[in-house]
Design a binder for this molecule. Structure first.
Ligand code: S3P
Length: 428
């Protein structure tokens, strides 16, 4: 598709769609709970629809009416052996959390996903789940999809995760809910804590002690009503757009500001962005706020260490932000980017270079020299099927002189189906 370039202003107010991580968990935990879970502002992106589809195939009644989803819980032991393969589409969260749930189910299930999922490492969850007693096999000894799993009686474990990953942590905790005894996950850095918060809201006892999280098995979950906050990872594209497009002022309403996700706000502030956070409030188990950003003069920064898991999905758009900051921005400790929907170090660098950015890849991040005007001469860029690369390029085009075509824009529907509508609204 032809992207709009050389935009003169982005102004107005939008409510970004519901949080992807929270929407997945609401359906999954709702399915495991006793009673009916009502979810509002559910993200109807393809990833979360994959989660709904998988649970329907295991006998869970789920009604979806726009952004409202009703899950008729089956109780922690109520899922049924699926007669069909569970298709996780493009969704790493569906795959990994589902494996944690299936590890305790005394039946057989097969998981398959798209070409991107087939390249993503699953041994980070299959290894600890096998230690707990699940039988899992798959391509390359259970490292990749397609995967076959037969769950059953589980032993609790104490697992020192080599990566700060909420998907790994959540998979083990979900398996631990069925194990006899206490299961503990210890992370190298704090990853997003939506599982811990939401399990508690469903009535589970979850103990957190620094980087260690424990659950005791054989607990029951009680259905609740959940209003999903706006996804800060989707808001990030417009937070950056507001800062780098001239004459802009964008307000994003009802955005989740869970501290394990707000690295993007810290970086914007550190780089000098004109940003304000208003109406901070707690909704259900998550904090939300309205965020306004205006065109800003930006300076470079260093991003690495503990902050990385707090902004891992925002690094593509932060790379674009850094092209418009004075000085050299260095991103380190981010090798996890290589195993996302694409190798995001490679795809960010190759596509931004096509627009004239001065950016280079390193082993665990990137180095970006700014400030660089972006330009294009009938340039073709590609999302490579990665939603966040597609959206980053659409925002890059806003500050590019010339004409840019985006290949595979449809990938954006994975997490933000109304992205281009919102971009258009802010231009008028
Ligand atoms: C997610 C965790 C993160 C993130 C992904 C969603 C989740 O992945 O990148 O988009 O919902 O738990 P990791 O846990 O692998 O870092």
């Amino acid at each position: 598709m032809e992207l709009k370039t050389n935009i003169h202003a982005l102004r107005g107010e939008i409510a970004v769609p519901g949080d992807k991580s929270i929407s997945h968990r609401a359906v999954m935990f709702g399915a495991l709970a006793n009673g009916t879970t009502r979810i509002t502002n559910f993200l109807t992106g393809e990833d979360c629809l994959s989660t709904i589809d998988c649970f329907r195939k295991m006998g869970v009644t789920i009604t979806q009416n726009g952004n409202e989803v009703i899950v008729e819980g089956k109780g922690i032991e109520g899922l049924k052996e699926p007669t069909h393969i569970l298709n996780v589409g493009n969704s790493g969260t569906t795959t990994r959390l589902l494996l944690g749930i299936l590890a305790a189910c005394p039946f057989h299930a097969c998981l398959i996903g798209d070409d991107s999922i087939a390249k993503r490492p699953m041994d980070r969850v299959t290894k600890p789940l096998k230690q707990m007693g699940a039988h899992i096999d798959g391509r390359e000894e259970g490292r990749y999809t397609p995967l076959a799993i037969r769950g059953g009686q589980l032993q609790p474990i104490t697992y020192h995760s080599p990566v700060a990953s909420a998907q790994v942590k959540s998979a083990i905790l979900l398996a631990g809910l069925h194990a006899e005894g206490t299961t503990t996950v210890i992370e190298p850095h704090q990853s997003r804590d939506h599982t811990e918060r939401m399990l508690r809201a469903f009535g589970a006892d979850v103990r957190v002690d620094g980087l260690s999280v424990s659950v005791t098995g054989r607990q029951t979950l009680q259905a609740i009503d959940i209003e999903v906050p706006g996804d800060i990872s989707s808001a990030a594209f417009f937070l950056v757009a507001g800062a780098i497009v001239p004459n802009s002022e964008i307000t994003l309403k009802h955005v989740g500001i869970n501290p394990t996700r707000t690295g993007i706000i810290d970086v914007l502030i550190e780089m000098g962005a004109d940003i304000s956070i208003e109406h901070v409030r707690n909704e259900d188990s998550e904090p939300v706020a309205d965020i306004t950003v205006r065109t800003s003069t930006l300076k470079a920064t260093h991003i690495g260490g503990d902050i990385i898991p707090r902004l891992i999905d925002e690094i593509p758009i932060i790379a674009l932000l850094a092209t418009q900051a004075e000085g050299t921005t260095i991103i380190t400790d981010a090798s996890e980017l290589k195993v996302k929907e694409t190798d995001r170090i490679a795809t960010v660098v190759s596509e931004l270079r096509k627009l004239g950015a001065d950016i280079e890849a390193t082993e665990d991040g990137m180095i970006i020299h700014g400030k660089t005007p972006l330009y294009a001469e009938n340039t073709v860029v590609d999302s490579y099927g990665d939603h966040r690369i597609g959206m980053m390029l659409a925002i890059a085009a806003c500050i590019t002189k010339g004409s840019v075509t985006l290949q595979h824009p449809e990938a954006i529907a994975v997490s933000y189906p109304t992205f281009f509508d919102h971009l258009r609204m802010l231009q008028s």
